[in-house]
Design a binder for this molecule. Structure first.
Ligand SMILES: Cc1cc2nc3c(=O)[nH]c(=O)nc-3n(C[C@H](O)[C@H](O)[C@H](O)COP(=O)(O)O)c2cc1C
Length: 334
């Protein structure tokens, strides 16, 4: 079974029930050239084992990415703690040429002491470096971006034909109540539309928190400015990565099932996650007439989130049938 199929309740983090704090913190992102050529996942886990202990003690929350032969680390917390971590990490022989690409004070986004991710990409280190320098140049010339925007631009760049190459297009997070339907929908769409699907793996900060996948597909012709569709595993909601980026999503699409209890469970988790990060996206209920129920709508609206039903008239819609009803809904949102 792939990680996308897994379901489980929230992992028992010390802060798992908390909300993202609202007080201002220091936020820093650096990039460095990786010297880890193989067994990247094992090395990430070794880094994680140190980081979980040190970061939590110093009040730091960190997201670390390995992609295109580079590390990118996003750190939030007290300034002195960030400085101390940078001094220590700069000595680490597993990377070199550490350069700070973002440093600011503002609201925190990260929710866990450590999240790791590995993005499989065809892009080589030189092409990544070119994007990195362009981003640094832009940061110097224009007003500073939020750290989440810097991270998204570096780590999940838009397809070249997206109308807004600065990443300002709307995003929809797809989650399925059962199985891996959200991933299957994106795979089918990518194949049908002959567009590249980007696949990423995220590692939790504990062995108990299994790795999860998150794929994305850019659709330049959808709506006014194109959309990015992001398939997330339910488990991802408990890991922190989905929390960090939930506020960048205009819509959360719930692929509902025949099992009312599972649908209800998914809605509970999505509402809780949005409450934790103080975000109000449009919630789209996607499925058949029997699956997309008024009770779910009521539950979503009671928490103050807008609800849109995308119902297929078919009894057993396949991926493209579901897309036929989802597409106009997204185009109307943005
Ligand atoms: C790219 C990269 C990112 C790292 N991130 C962290 C981190 O967030 N926190 C941390 O404590 N150590 C991190 N490390 C590991 C530190 O460089 C160092 O090996 C570790 O903190 C030393 O722990 P120790 O003093 O317990 O031996 C990172 C290492 C690399 C290569």
């Amino acid at each position: 079974m792939s990680s996308a199929d897994q379901d489980s309740s929230a992992t028992h983090w010390p802060d798992s029930a908390s909300e993202v704090p609202l007080q201002v913190v220091s936020r820093l992102i650096y990039a460095s050239l990786s010297k880890v050529d193989e067994h990247v996942l094992d090395e990430m886990r070794r880094i994680r084992d140190h980081a979980v202990v040190h970061n939590q003690a110093a009040g730091l929350r960190v997201a670390l990415l390995h992609m295109s032969g580079w590390f990118v680390e996003w750190i939030e917390g007290p300034e002195a703690g960030i400085r101390a971590l940078l001094d220590r990490v700069a000595q680490d022989p597993r990377h070199q040429g550490l350069q700070v690409v973002h440093h600011s004070r503002g609201k925190p986004r990260l929710f866990r002491p450590w999240i790791g991710s590995i993005v499989q990409s065809d892009e080589g280190p030189t092409a990544f470096a070119r994007r990195l320098f362009a981003l640094q140049d832009r940061q110097v010339r224009q007003s500073a971006l939020e750290p989440a925007s810097v991270w998204l631009r570096l780590c999940s760049p838009p397809a070249v034909d997206m109308p807004l190459t600065d990443g300002a297009f709307p995003r929809a997070m797809l989650l399925s109540a059962q199985g891996a339907q959200a991933f299957e929908l994106l795979q089918t769409l990518a194949a049908q539309l002959k567009r590249p699907l980007v696949c990423r793996r995220f590692a939790g900060a504990a062995d108990a928190a299994r790795d999860v996948e998150s794929d994305y597909l850019d659709l330049p012709a959808l709506g006014q400015t194109g959309w990015r569709l992001v398939a997330n595993a339910r488990k991802g909601l408990a890991m922190g990565m989905a929390h960090a980026f939930l506020p960048d999503h205009a819509a959360v699409v719930l692929l509902l099932s025949d099992d009312a209890a599972r649908n209800q469970h998914l809605v509970d988790r999505v509402l809780a996650a949005n409450q934790q990060v103080h975000h109000v996206p449009v919630i789209v209920g996607l499925g058949t007439h029997d699956q997309v129920t008024p009770a779910l709508q009521e539950q979503v609206e009671r928490q103050g989130l807008p609800w849109v039903a995308a119902r297929s008239p078919l009894r057993r819609p396949d991926a493209m049938d579901l897309w036929a009803v989802l597409q106009p809904v997204l185009a109307q949102i943005a």
